[in-house]
Unconditional design. Structure first.
Length: 298
């Protein structure tokens, strides 16, 4: 019988290595993607042999599970059987949430009677790192215009890596930022809490980030993490009063982390926000990581 425990900040170091076992480049299989939303979705975890299983509450108070993280496909299948057993014993539906194509393929090897539902709002936008760093060609004409304007107008600007000396500046900027922007949305309010948690526990989260200064004041910042060949961008915040600030942050964050090992950038989903969707599509993703909720009839 699986025994689940509440996922807490102190679990990061124990959980972190398991994300390397993920079969897709979905942002959910990262420290940031999991721990930022752990309280909103009441995330719990259980160990089975050497495999990790997450359980959460999704909309309509449905209990759902992430695809297990195991070294081999057989390990994943073995853990899926344990989830099946858990669901039968607790008389609940067997639901796998945020399953990417690679995950669905394993599920379909085991179960024939399933119902897949596209979760369009949670599709991830995947880009070639070189595209976002270079911004070459007509397709990036708009982004280059914004960046050129920024550099021409805001002469006293600079980029720094996030560190102990500037993290207080970022915290103060973000407190002002959320006063006007993070209202009447449980998801945005929870995100704001976790951004502050990251800033206060930056070493524990093990993230990488940059901060944009204009005339000595913070104008924006980005935070993410690197896993294998992919930079995952969890947080991008800027003062939109400074034209080009967002474009500079997107471009510089990739350039600051570029190396021969970084091939892709995952800028996560749009959460159903049409303006965010248009913005992320304007950067011409090389792939969209599809995600599904999979109900398994047992």
């Amino acid at each position: 019988m699986l025994i689940f425990k509440k996922l807490e900040l102190k679990d990061i170091e124990m959980i972190r290595p398991f994300f390397n076992l993920a079969r897709s480049k979905a942002c959910d299989n990262t420290v940031g993607g999991t721990f930022i939303w752990r309280d909103l979705f009441n995330t719990e975890y259980a160990m089975y042999k050497e495999n990790l299983i997450f359980k959460a509450k999704i909309p309509d108070d449905i209990t759902a599970f992430a695809i297990p993280l195991g070294k081999t496909a057989d390990d994943v299948k073995d853990s899926l059987y344990q989830i099946e057993r858990y669901c039968k014993e607790n008389k609940i539906q067997m639901v796998i949430c945020l399953a990417a194509d690679e995950d669905v393929a394993i599920i379909e090897e085991l179960y024939k009677n399933i119902v897949k539902t596209f979760e369009y709002d949670w599709f991830d936008y995947l880009y070639k790192a070189s595209d976002l760093a270079d911004l070459t060609g007509n397709k990036y004409h708009g982004q280059r215009n914004h960046i050129n304007y920024f550099k021409k107008v805001f002469l006293n600007s600079n980029i720094e890596q996030i560190n102990a000396k500037n993290i207080g500046d970022i915290h103060a900027f973000f407190e002002k930022y959320i006063d006007t922007r993070h209202k009447n949305s449980p998801a945005l309010e929870e995100e704001a809490k976790k951004v502050i948690e990251i800033l206060e526990n930056y070493d524990i989260y093990g993230q990488t980030g940059i901060v944009l200064y204009i005339d000595g004041s913070v104008a924006g910042f980005a935070i993410g993490e690197i896993m294998n060949d992919t930079l995952f961008v969890h947080i991008e915040k800027a003062d939109a009063e400074y034209r080009g600030a967002y474009q500079v942050i997107v471009n510089e964050f990739v350039k600051q982390n570029m190396g021969e090992d970084i091939i892709y950038v995952n800028r996560e989903d749009d959460a159903g926000d049409e303006n965010l969707r248009i913005s992320k599509m304007s950067y011409r993703p090389c792939d969209i990581i599809k995600k599904y909720t999979v109900e398994i009839k047992i």
